[in-house]
Design a protein around this ligand. Structure first.
Ligand SMILES: O=C(CO)COP(=O)(O)O
Ligand SMILES: [Mg+2]
Length: 295
């Protein structure tokens, strides 16, 4: 099948799938955002494909499911895609069976193990930095010397901070900036807005570019990543972005909503409010998977 025939086929079997950010869209820290549970229920009832896409590397897929379940949202592990998973898969391709020194928590450690990595405390191939509350000056000093000794610096994400119920918490980006300043080396980051994570998430749902919509609260990660990949995007104002901030950016989302509650009538939203996709943006790389998933 040539790409031209595929484009026609895409139009004929048109469906939309959603990449949904978590913090700032579904919850804010430990507080559920009103309407989020109903929104996910609707997606399940109407069989609209979706996956949660988070730059939080702290939790494993199972931990994230449990956090959601306790908030009244019932999803399976296949619905979760974290920057820890994207980072571990990326490293496993770059250097199979490698070693890492990790500044981060369970989600990152488990993802690395599942992808054939060993965690070490000297001479690692990579220093991998994610979100965490266990950082100490000793762990940073160890990391500095490993990086100066030749280990490559990898970031799960570069979010400088994250809004919480009570204010702001520091993000992995702040830790990475510390290590970059001390060592003079530049980190490579895998999480949103990196195409590595954005594209991997689209492929998890077997969607074409024109079928993919990103819903997020952060311009620098969710919306920028979507714009760069040619996905349509929806910005929610329940997280890190205020309407008056938008003038600062030279790019923007396709649609802005106050909160995810406005998307509960998702069928109507897709048909009426979401701009039509540009079919020319399509990049379907694995035909067999795509045809099977869209049959
Ligand atoms: O935790 C984060 C950055 O610290 C961001 O989380 P989300 O990507 O789910 O918004
Ligand atoms: Mg967010």
């Amino acid at each position: 099948m040539t790409p031209r025939t595929l484009t026609k086929y895409t139009v004929l079997t048109m469906r939309t799938g959603l990449l949904i950010d978590m913090d700032g869209v579904i919850y804010r820290g430990s507080q559920l955002i009103p309407g989020a549970a109903e929104f996910i229920q609707t997606l399940r009832r109407e069989r609209i494909p979706f996956i949660f896409l988070t730059n939080n590397s702290q939790r494993t897929r199972r931990d994230v499911c449990m956090k959601l379940q306790r908030m009244g949202i019932d999803v399976e592990e296949r619905h979760i895609f974290t920057c820890a998973m994207a980072t571990a898969r990326f490293l496993a391709k770059l250097k199979p069976s490698g070693t890492a020194y990790v500044i981060g928590e369970g989600g990152l450690l488990q993802a690395l193990h599942l992808n054939g990595y060993s965690i070490v405390d000297h001479e690692p191939d990579f220093v991998v930095v994610g979100e965490g509350r266990t950082i100490t000056l000793d762990s940073l000093e160890l990391a500095v010397n490993m990086i100066l000794g030749g280990a490559k610096l990898i970031a799960t994400n570069l979010d400088p901070n994250c809004p919480t119920k009570g204010g702001t918490r520091p993000g992995a980006g702040a830790t990475v900036a510390y290590l970059e300043t001390v060592t003079g080396r530049k980190a490579f980051s895998v999480g949103k807005p990196s195409p590595i994570m954005m594209r991997a998430a689209r492929k998890e749902l077997h969607l074409a570019t024109s079928q993919t919509v990103m819903i997020g609260d952060t311009m620098e990660t969710d919306i920028l990543g979507a714009v760069q990949l040619g996905f349509r995007s929806v910005l929610t104002l329940t997280g890190s972005t205020r309407r008056e901030d938008l003038g600062k950016y030279a790019f923007g989302p396709d649609v802005i909503v106050e909160s995810i509650a406005e998307l509960c009538d998702i069928g109507r939203f897709i048909d009426r409010d979401l701009p039509k996709a540009n079919q020319d943006d399509d990049t379907v790389t694995n035909m067999a998977d795509w045809v099977a998933a869209n049959a």
